[in-house]
Design a protein around this ligand. Sequence first.
Ligand code: ADP
Ligand code: ZN
Ligand code: ZN
Length: 824
Amino acid sequence: MNKRLFADVIVDNKSTKTDRPFSYLIPDEHKFTIKRGMRVLVPFGFGNKLVEGIVVNVKNSSDVDISKVKSIEEIIGNKPILTEEMLKLGIWMKNKYLAQYIDVFKTIMPTGISKKLKQYVSLNNGISFEEIKNIKSENQKKILKYLYDNGESSVDILKNKLKIKNISSSIKALEKKNLITIRSILASEVKKKYKKFVFRNFNTFNIQKVLQNINKRAFKQLEIIKFMCNNESVALNDLMIKTESSLSSVKSLENKGYIKIVEKEIKRNPINKKIPRTKKLELTEEQKNCVDTIYKDISEGKNNTFLIHGVTGSGKTEVYLQLIEKMLQKEKQSIVLVPEISLTPQTVERFVGRFGDKVAVLHSKLSLGERYDEWRKIREGKVKIVVGARSAIFAPFDNLGLIIIDEEHETSYKSSMSPKYDAIEVAQKRCELENATLILGSATPSIETYYKAQQGEIKLLTLSKRINNRKMPPIEIIDMKEELDNGNKSIFSKSLYEAIKENLQNKKQTILFLNRRGFSTFISCRKCGYVAKCNKCDISLTYHLSENILKCHYCGLAKKPPTICPECKSKYIKYFGVGTQKVEEIVKRTFPKARVARMDVDTTIRKGSHQKILDKVKNGDVDILIGTQMISKGLDFPNVTLVGIIAADITLNLPDFKSAERTFQLITQVGGRAGRGETEGRVILQTYEPEHYSIKTAKEHDYINFYNKEIAIRKEFDYPPFVDIINIIMADTDEKKLYNTCYKTIDILKEKIGYEKIKNGNIKILGPHPAPISKIKGYHRWQVLIKCKGNHLAFLKKIIKKVFINTTYENIKVSIDINPNSIL
Ligand code: ADP
Ligand code: ZN
Ligand code: ZN
């Protein structure tokens, strides 16, 4: 008997909430060609609309009644778009992050290759103009007339030209009446880019003969021939510009057979300037130890994870480069992840300088077309190294040897959109599936990573010295409480003010740093440094102006803000929070002659604006640069000799358990910016809490000491790495319905978890309460935070899936984030 085969297909269908593969019959002609990871076209839903899908399984039974199962319509492409490993990675991600299949696969596959179905409509044979005139519906008549005049047209064009409301229902009606035919065509969203070139098609020895055959008065044609005499080929556009001729002159020469016009595919190349090649450097003792240790494990076939903890300027990149080179010799491919904001031309040049066109670059500012071309270069094996931001972790290599994640502590490695994946975890899984090695690098490793290194899960390597034994920059700490005592109420301490003034006189540049634009404000006393905190969660309380209330965004505690300081009884208790724009205003007022630039999210929305500001600083057109995170890394300006941190407290008091860690990282990174050139740099840091451990240890460049203090607090208050945090946000336009559903769901959740586990403290449920941002675009938002001890996570996820995903309560929107960067 002829055995039937079925495929499990994940379809991209937004209108259904069912998140599962659908069974399809594999037609006989595809039985031997179909493979997991292939893209297919399948009929879906009542209307059997053709949609794109991806085959995740091939098997010999169907989940659906055989008589009802539909057949695969078409296979797209002749090889799987996803390798077996990437498919496994996707399914792992789905379970790990409680995400939908389709979201996961859309993340793994590049945007550029997702093909869209385009519908075309044409008049059926033999329909006469008379018949069209007799149609009653005006809309239908319009469509038919258009098709009569213009022939087959896409539905998009009809929509644009005819401006008919709900045109698809008219089209369907016409199809029913058998007047038109609808045809679906797959069209790639992104086109390959072509360019026209002109080739010489005559022998230059015969030039006289060629010229004789051209009319003496066709000056332009003669000119083109002369030009082509000296150039074998030229881009059509260039030819027309250089000879100042028109297309018709070129065409008539083509008709005479003297030249050929050929379309050639152009691969867009985002690296568009010539980058000088660099040679490998002689490694320092410490660097050599790193390379040798890692390479020894690779040679022995062990795929371990390494952490390189190297102070700023210790030469981590050279270690990466030399390991990549060793991988090239083994014909293995490497992926290098850097944070989006560090993906500057300088960073890219370091890799391209060493490996030339073996490098592809992937980042979010690429156009769709550029991304598509880079993806194909990788897939076709034309490049061996990918440098990119978070999503480059999915680069479609098939012989991966090494993944490097630089600045591994950066928050941008965690996706904020579903699937809310962590690129480090995904990298680890990918290395496991593909027998590759993972290297994490940082001057300030995340607490979670360093803890793993301490536990022996990750191998720790250290670069403790700067190259050429350069000194670490000195950091001066200014106590802003003392400034107030001395009668200084401005945002500049006396030291910082004097230092900026001096820098302006000496024609040196200054960077003023202010962490992110103020959204959340906390309350602090300017006299004694007191900050209002939740004593259960050890988190700063956030001030909500509209309700005049202080809230803890972890447990929901709410209380009235104090009017006098509970510690020192002073009345200088204030709402903190001044943004970059305000600082810019004050700087301009205080130093009217200085040339000031500001760099933050608002001033860098447009493509290229980031680079423009940096170029201005580089060219010396800016005296004072004010900015957020964006300026804290990757930059290298020898003339910047002063870095001022306006208020370390903003980072320190973010309503987040990672605020101390962020402060330490920030001071270290910003400090690394100063004094890169000949003159020694200065860092001045202003704060109301100069005694805070993260500030003191950062001043001493003492990561280990910081880590020891921080890990104790994480343990004491139940934060990662000792627990996993799951943030669930529910949203709806109807606040009352949301409120009721929220409480009902949490009750069900608690019951399913079992009160035993909750009582033991293995699983803690905080909330529900309104989310920090309690309303977005008309949707009210409520939040539940769950803290879960390590070995209970798998169990908890199963229950969350049952309660929040498989059951949809009254159509309330649910978003789940496991170990979020921030709960805001
Ligand atoms: P990190 O990434 O650890 O902050 P970098 O990789 O930026 O440090 O290195 C700092 C500087 O030292 C760079 O200019 C780099 O070219 C240089 N450098 C790195 N390794 C060596 C070496 N072995 N010999 C000489 N210079 C080196
Ligand atoms: Zn006080
Ligand atoms: Zn709390």
